[in-house]
Design a protein around this ligand. Structure first.
Ligand SMILES: C[S@@+](CC[C@H](N)C(=O)[O-])C[C@H]1O[C@@H](n2cnc3c(N)ncnc32)[C@H](O)[C@@H]1O
Length: 243
């Protein structure tokens, strides 16, 4: 039997027509997009920029739309970028490790479910901090590098015969993120980050599995060892008192 390729990024091109299927392989990403958007405050003005790192098919767009930002998406998957564009995201093809964007160009940077797909997520986080304006907000969500995250997030989820589960091979536990190092990296780049655990609301999940509901609300929990969200603000040194 051929060996399963892990962190198989080809799935995002191969399954690009399923991005918006509420019972398809990316259903959970839609739930996460809704949760991520709760952390985005309304734009200060019409030229405020939100950069959506590894935007995929642009699932954040309907939630961000009402907040008034210019929504710029970055991804490597050409077919996903096409889908994102068709949903109104200004999508550009680029590697999140090296963003072709100016320093301090964005009021909001979101990096949803992408840090666990690169060998050096801390480099990506440094890039996110670099393009963030002072006073701007960085929002991330990803998987923690724990045994339980590996068992539940890969062994169970990727093999479960249920709707909404990611394809086999999507994840590689060796890329899951060290929470302390994430916080330290942010701090080194001027962003104070706080983490919260996320879990599905159980009744919603049950109704989703019974085909009685399409969306599942994710709710916060104190434990961050599985799926977690981080929200941080970049220090605005212009506001510090002078000597
Ligand atoms: C799990 S999806 C998340 C998509 C989106 N953020 C969401 O939550 O709906 C991961 C995305 O990361 C993209 N990706 C993986 N490696 C990348 C890289 N080095 N640079 C840019 N995008 C990348 C993939 O193409 C895919 O769209």
């Amino acid at each position: 039997m051929p060996r399963l390729v892990r962190n198989n990024l080809a799935v995002y091109d191969d399954l690009a027509d399923r991005w918006w299927d509420p019972r398809g392989p990316f259903a959970g990403l839609g739930w996460l997009a809704a949760s991520r958007a709760e952390q985005i405050r309304p734009a200060a003005n019409g030229s405020s920029v939100l950069v959506d790192i590894a935007c995929g098919g642009g699932l954040l767009q309907p939630y961000a739309a009402g907040k008034g930002y210019v929504h710029i998406g970055v991804d490597l998957s050409p077919r996903s970028l096409q889908v994102a564009r068709s949903h109104g995201v200004r999508a550009i093809r680029a590697d999140m490790n090296q963003l072709p964007l100016a320093d301090e160009c964005a009021e909001v940077v979101v990096a949803g479910e992408c840090l666990e797909h690169v060998p050096d997520p801390y480099q990506v986080v440094a890039e996110c901090c670099r393009i963030l304006k002072p006073g701007g907000v960085l929002i991330v969500d990803t998987a923690a590098n724990t045994v339980l995250a590996r068992v539940l997030g890969i062994t169970l989820l990727e093999n479960a015969p249920c709707p909404g589960t990611p394809p086999r091979g999507t994840h590689d536990h060796r890329l899951f993120v060290d929470r302390r190092r994430l916080i330290r990296t942010c701090a080194r780049h001027g962003v104070t980050m706080r983490l919260t655990g996320l879990r599905p609301r159980l009744l919603d999940l049950l109704l989703f599995l019974l085909r009685r509901r399409l969306a599942v609300k994710l709710v916060p929990m104190a434990w961050t060892g599985l799926l977690f969200q981080g929200v941080g603000t970049k220090a605005d040194t212009r506001l510090l008192p002078g000597p």
